[in-house]
Design a binder for this molecule. Structure first.
Ligand code: FBP
Length: 304
């Protein structure tokens, strides 16, 4: 079987398919390289001295882990000097990070959650990095938060890395969705899923059941129907999975179908996961945490 590396795939998307420009290819390669560095740090665990709390809070007021802070630094350092970006925004930073004047300024914006699934970091459960690439507004002025509030469909690339038993990179540049597995010996991402499509049928759902008492009636009814199994209105037995790392739950759905939900409820009135997006009437908003899916006001990812 022909081994296609991430570099080859991106070159083909640039040269043969004409889907991406050279600077976007290089930018994605830098992001992937940063994900490899994060993967190495994650895999060292306690031996690397990277577990535990950092002693600081992020913009959401949540306690940061050492690995949250380290992953954020890795992504910033890897990306700020390459000349492909005008600015970056991260869940772990108060506002946009401008590219220092000593480096050339590029055409793109990079948005990321450096390490999703913080509650799982210290217990050796899968966690991941989520990223999105947008076009920077034209002009040489400073980039503010409004520049990042674009429609999901205007993203030029997006993906995530999942640090589990293997390190996986899932990517789209607008021409389907592909998955790569990190070959640790060679240090390169090798394509292992050339055309990811969510299976249309499912027998699994994912939701944090401990929030049940706070759910709204439609969510409660849907889950009740799943729990009723073969004898219920859906006529089928369902299984429940909940990793509590959105990246891992979403990867399972990309692979096996199903639904992942974090619906707004009486306690999480704005939902727990936030989508960084805007429609044509974009207004400034605080930097949000998780890139979920192109669209608006979505706080869940769902298939049939
Ligand atoms: P972080 O961005 O702080 O990592 O939180 C996001 C997240 O970990 C999701 O990945 C996950 O689905 C959710 O929170 C789990 O939250 P909870 O354990 O409160 O249900």
């Amino acid at each position: 079987m022909r081994r296609i590396t991430l570099t080859q795939y991106l070159l083909e998307q640039q040269r043969d398919a004409g889907i991406i420009a050279a600077d976007l290819r290089l930018l994605i390669e830098v992001v992937a390289r940063a994900c490899k560095a994060i993967s190495v740090a994650v895999s060292k665990g306690a031996l690397g001295g990277v577990l535990g709390a950092a002693g600081t809070d992020n913009v959401q007021g949540e306690a940061q882990k050492k690995l949250d802070v380290l992953s954020n630094e890795i992504l910033i350092e890897a990306n700020e000097w390459g000349g492909h970006l005008a600015a970056m925004a991260s869940e772990e930073m108060e506002g946009p990070h401008a590219i220092p004047h000593r480096y050339p300024r590029g055409e793109y914006l990079l948005l990321f959650d450096p390490l999703d699934g913080s509650s799982n970091i210290d217990v050796n459960v899968s966690i991941g990095t989520i990223f999105s690439v947008l076009r920077a507004p034209e002009g040489a002025g400073a980039v503010d938060e409004r520049a990042f509030l674009q429609r999901g469909r205007d993203q030029v690339a997006a993906g995530f890395a999942l640090y589990g038993p293997t390190t996986i990179l899932v990517l789209t540049v607008g021409n389907g969705t592909v998955g790569f597995t990190l070959d640790r010996e060679l240090g390169s991402f090798v394509m292992t899923a050339p055309d990811i499509r969510i299976p249309p049928d499912t027998a699994e759902f994912a939701i944090n059941m401990s929030n049940m008492r706070n759910w709204g009636a439609p969510v409660r009814r849907y889950i009740d129907e799943c729990l009723a199994g073969k004898d219920g209105p859906r006529g089928k037995d369902f299984n429940m999975r909940w990793v509590a790392s959105m990246v891992a739950d979403c990867y399972r759905i990309l692979s096996r179908g199903g639904v992942f939900m974090y619906p707004r409820d009486a306690k999480h009135k704005e939902g727990r996961l936030r989508l960084f997006s805007a429609d044509g009437n974009a207004t400034p908003a605080p930097i949000c945490r998780d890139w979920v899916s192109p669209g608006r006001n979505l706080d869940y990812v769902q298939t049939s």
